[in-house]
Design a protein around this ligand. Structure first.
Ligand code: ADP
Ligand code: ZN
Ligand code: ZN
Length: 734
């Protein structure tokens, strides 16, 4: 197997260091072994203060604390041990992201409930007793159970799959024809057999062969698989998955959005006729335990997950695929700030596994890594089969005379009309959730803002609420202005997807208009269902946010309209051009993915902006070269390294003073290593009544600055109630 457990055993009375998710000493505390023996990597329960916590046996005791002061381990937990490789990975993540071990350990605990030995469940199996005088229904149940002798079914499994009543099953238990078991025997995952694509184009075949060879090599490497939308990236990397399956090894496919996983799971089932393991926040706890255990026991080979799946206890991982590698949602921006793409590369390099980064619009980081030879690259330049890339046209809004408060130009309107007549779908893209970003009083000019954040409240008409996109709080839309108390004068300014949908409905009263954004749905299953309905062509016009730009297949869409291409270009964000380019390219790529020809229309006031020109002319490489030049000159990422430190607390002065102190200390001690900027008020100066201050450290890319940052932050204690968040390679600067 990939990484054997270290077989270090500690005996009763020995002192060991346990890692927990509690902040004391970075989570590492000494305990005395109370049981006959414990193994390195074993999960245990230990007391800290008055409470019990989950920990893992980490190393020899540190011998820093007098033995008489030490406490005993409570007990061992029934969970697969942590491998040496996973332990190494946690250490690397902690030092790269400048976080204490306890916080990183929390990422791994995310999915498992070890606290108390979790409650068992009742399972049902056929007994050996012969069924006499049975009814057809009873026979059906028994036959089903007899045919799956290794499986354990719950009552619910049986009643739903067989469509029988609970009482019928209980009766069979009473008669002795069904046995019950109590415990944690999770249903096994079905065996996934390798299936290779049989219809690859020449370019696809070359790519597939190359990737399969890499997987066979059992070495570490990262490959960028770059291909225009619809070129068959998925088709090709599933061949690499098959190669690993054939070798009996494990594969992790990361997808950026859990709503995307449904498409992907369908694709996997189409090819392999087997459901893969799934890991994300929409998966039930019991299912997650099942997967966790199966992964650790090498009983499941293919796992599809969100970024946190990276911390699963794989034992024989051969391949990690990061789909849509450029996607911003791979970056976690709280507790432990990490980019799952980059950590995937780290885990693979520890393991000697392969990484495939797939994208139509790779991040500049990845481009540069290819350029300097760190990653290899494979290109798929054409759409598969008869599908061709959409024509892209720019609509100059300066020439369009759109009425005030409206956002759809005549040109765009006419194109939508043609689609409706031909029973084809149109997709309108605007990256703004809700109805309107601003609510303002016409009498006094007052803007409605959040009570606890430095943020305007966004109107959501579908929910009939005002929402704060920073803290998530919502309140009813008031009838009178809270400032001047005039009634009926509040106006919703600016566009959101819901307002665009209203405008469509006004323009085309008979059209079926759907809104797709992350908050128009309550939960994952609703979201997935909605995607399904969209894909099946139930709507004439779909208005969506960023969500629609990602890898979905909407076969009937032949028109994509970008409502406001300039939206992302306005900020001071160093990645503004890159991100806008990516999302415009991705959204445009949603048009005409099957046999019908597609068109993308881009509404803009800046028709000569380099990003807009590059999109319209399809000159991607040129755009990337220019963008790279700009960053290189400025020493910005990916050519330079940036690390943000965000301080927050309820008292503005205390936070600011602490910031000043830190900056002073940096200047005194590390000025030669890296520049520091700040302290500055964060663009979002308050969230949940906590004032926010930012510091920024900038240095050469090659510099190993993280250890110094760690030392620096440890030099004096953080003031009470102040939180420090370190963000290495920040993506957002709010
Ligand atoms: P990408 O991931 O690059 O967007 P996909 O792999 O999703 O591309 O392919 C786009 C469409 O073309 C899908 O419907 C896919 O099934 C089809 N396709 C691509 N390559 C092949 C192939 N070699 N044989 C059959 N269908 C293919
Ligand atoms: Zn708020
Ligand atoms: Zn007012």
């Amino acid at each position: 197997l990939g990484c054997p457990l270290e077989e270090r055993v500690f005996e009763r009375g020995q002192v060991v260091t346990i890692l927990t998710d509690q902040p004391v000493n970075g989570g590492l505390l000494d305990y005395i072994v109370s049981q006959n023996s414990v193994q390195l990597g074993q999960f245990v329960e230990v007391p800290i203060g008055k409470r019990d916590h989950v920990g893992v046996v980490w190393s020899n005791g540190s011998a820093k604390i007098d033995r008489v002061k030490l406490r005993y381990i409570n007990r061992s937990l029934d969970a697969p041990s942590m491998s040496n490789e996973l332990k190494k990975f946690l250490i690397v993540v902690a030092s790269y992201t400048v976080n204490p071990m306890n916080k990183v350990f929390k990422l791994l605990l995310g999915g498992i409930e070890l606290k108390r030995s979790p409650k068992g469940k009742q399972f049902y199996k056929a007994s050996t007793k012969i069924l006499l005088n049975s009814t057809p229904k009873q026979k059906k149940i028994i036959r089903f159970l007899v045919n799956s002798p290794d499986k354990f079914f719950t009552m619910k499994d049986l009643t739903t799959t067989l469509d029988v009543s609970q009482s019928l099953i209980k009766k069979l238990v009473k008669l002795g024809n069904i046995e019950t078991h109590f415990g944690h025997r999770y249903l096994p995952y079905e065996n996934c057999q390798a299936v290779f694509s049989k219809s690859l184009s020449k370019a696809q075949k070359l790519a597939s062969d190359h990737l399969c060879e890499l997987v066979s090599s059992k070495k570490y490497n990262t490959t960028l698989l770059r291909g225009v939308t619809g070129s068959g990236k998925t088709e090709v990397y599933l061949d690499a998955v098959s190669q690993a399956l054939m070798m009996g090894r494990q594969i992790l496919v990361l997808v950026p959005e859990i709503a995307l996983s449904i498409d992907f799971v369908k694709r996997v089932v189409d090819r392999y006729k087997v459901k893969p393991g799934e890991w994300h926040s929409g998966i039930q706890k019991s299912e997650r335990s099942r997967l966790y255990n199966a992964v650790a026991g090498n009983k499941v080979q293919l796992v599809i997950g969100a970024r946190s799946a990276l911390f699963l206890p794989f034992v024989d991982l051969a391949l990690i695929i990061v789909d849509e590698e450029h996607d911003g949602s791979y970056k976690q921006e709280d507790v432990v700030c990490y980019n799952a793409r980059d950590m995937a590369v780290m885990r693979a390099s520890i393991l000697g596994a392969q990484v495939i980064l797939a994208s139509a619009t790779p991040s500049l980081e990845t481009w540069v890594n290819v350029e300097i030879g760190k990653y290899s690259r494979i290109d798929l330049n054409e759409r598969y089969g008869s599908a061709i890339l959409p024509a892209i046209e720019v609509i100059n809004l300066k020439e369009e005379n759109i009425p005030k408060g409206k956002f759809i130009s005549n040109t765009l309107k006419n194109e939508i009309e043609i689609r409706i007549k031909n029973s084809q779908q149109s997709l309108l893209f605007l990256n703004r959730r809700g109805y309107a970003p601003v609510t303002i009083c016409k009498m006094c000019g007052f803007q409605l803002g959040c009570q606890t954040c430095d943020a305007r409240l966004v109107q959501h008409r579908l929910k009939n609420k005002l929402m704060c996109h920073q803290c998530g709080k919502s309140e009813p839309i008031p009838a009178i202005c809270p400032n001047c108390l005039t009634s009926g004068q509040l106006r919703a300014l600016g566009p959101g997807v819901e307002k665009i949908a209203d405008e469509c409905q006004d323009l085309f009263p008979k059209a079926r208009v759907g809104v797709l954004s992350s908050d128009s749905m309550e939960d994952t299953s609703q979201m997935q269902e909605k995607f399904f309905r969209l894909a099946s062509g139930e709507f004439d016009i779909i208005v969506g946010t960023q969500l629609v730009s990602k890898g979905h297949n909407f076969p009937n869409i032949t028109l994509v309209g970008i409502i406001d291409a300039d939206l992302g270009l306005q900020g001071s964000d160093l990645r503004a051009a890159e991100k806008t380019f990516q999302s415009l390219r991705q959204v445009s790529g949603r048009a005409g993915r099957h046999k019908k020809v597609g068109k993308a229309l881009i509404q803009t006031y800046l028709p000569t902006h380099p990003v807009i020109l590059a999109i319209a002319k399809g000159n991607d490489d040129n755009f990337w070269a220019l963008e790279a030049e700009v960053r290189k000159k400025a020493g910005s990422p990916p050519y330079g390294k940036m690390i943000a430190v965000i301080l927050s607390g309820p008292n503005e002065k205390i936070v600011f003073d602490y910031g000043r102190q830190l900056v002073q200390l940096w200047m005194n001690s590390y000025q030669g290593d890296a520049e520091i900027f700040g302290p500055a008020q964060a663009p979002v100066a308050m969230i949940r009544k906590r004032f926010r201050i930012r510091l920024l450290i900038k240095c050469e890319k090659s510099k190993d600055i993280q250890p110094k940052i760690q030392k620096w932050l440890a030099r004096f204690p953080t003031p009470r109630f102040v939180k420090v968040l370190v963000d290495v390679d920040p993506q957002n600067f709010f």
